[in-house]
Design a protein around this ligand. Sequence first.
Ligand SMILES: *Cc1c(COP(=O)(O)O)cnc(C)c1O
Length: 440
Amino acid sequence: MKFRSVKNESPPVAFREALFRGIAPDGGLYVPETIPALPQPLLNRIGEHTLQSAGELILSGFIDDIPAGDLRSIVDRTLNFPIPLVNLQDGLFLLELFHGPTLSFKDVGARFMANACSHFLSAESRELTVLVATSGDTGSAVAHGFHDIPRITVYILYPSGRISPLQERHMTTLGGNIRAVEVKGTFDDCQLLVKQTLADPDVRAARALTTANSMNVGRLLPQIIYHVWGVAQLLRDTHLAGSHPSVVVPSGNLGNLTAAAYAKRMGAPIGRLLAATNENDIVPQYLKTGVFSPRTPKQTPSTAMDVGNPSNLARLQSLYRDDPDRLRQEIEAISISDEDTLREIRSTHKDTGHLLDPHTAVGVAAARHLMRRDGSSSPIIIAATAHPGKFPETVGGAIGATIPLPTTLAVSQARTRRSTPIFPAYNEWKKLLLGGTASA
Ligand SMILES: *Cc1c(COP(=O)(O)O)cnc(C)c1O
């Protein structure tokens, strides 16, 4: 299987090259040339599979330049935590993606990408620089996924003052091969710096570079696994066999939603796909009007979804042949207000005892909207993207109680913080990167 650029102006490449390039030379995102069908035995006999064995089967349809045994061990090391489907209320199910080391779904993509890079680099004895722009959760997942992996240095660019203190600690305290850069601007400034770097021939000549953003196919592909796993669990464990559950994905850069769209295209019995956004409603507006107007995002309680120019939209457009009408037939989008997000955290806690993080709350509110609107009780799976304990201020504020810090996060509280502040000016950043100075 080859990967082509959505812009179609550079040659298709093998998985290894798509992984190491991050984005294609023409500036486009890589997408699989075709979407393979799920092996039927996987769906019919899901009960005979583990998350890992299902994962290996799914990925082997896309990745043919890693030997089967090695792919299996990469998947095993990546998915060494459970991804349970939990019944929230009648018809509403949470696919809990947050049981990895940094308690967000991004652990899946980051760990797979780190293990896949490590697989290729160990055979080639090469060095690699990994760049990542983050609005919070990506940085911690990538930092932990890549920490202490030999031959790799990671630069994490995050917007100053716009991520939670807990998230900041999580990515600035590991040290070693992980360098944190505090950009005095927005997430989109960070993302632009990464894109500019990847397109800069000077830097490319000096460093082997890639990005660990959701632009990288190495993060995107493993996320398909749990969307298939989620519907498979639902159909296996409930009386709902034969139904096509809808899938709601709390969305920012649309990477997770794109993975769900791939799962559906592969043949997973998924009904509707719904992108739930916060007040940054660029995607709902685009689907409504057909006009894409990226803009500076505003800050909301679901900070990891404060994105004004969602990078994976290009992949979705490509999947639906750049036809907004086809896209609309399969994907809906709903924007949830800050007020409704906090109200959802409060009412779900009151009614079910369940704590939702602010991102998942956007998804649950959107799912309820869908149910009310359609007057239907057909099942809906909501991707639960983060652990509520990651956002103690917002969740605690909403329910009027103190949220205990999960133990995995408490550890980084004690360590020293290290990061280098810069203005969002490309030259300043380039000097820092090429100077290679360790963070101060
Ligand atoms: C990153 C993130 C999202 C958004 O995911 P995308 O793939 O960028 O759409 C949602 N929730 C949480 C908790 C996140 O960290």
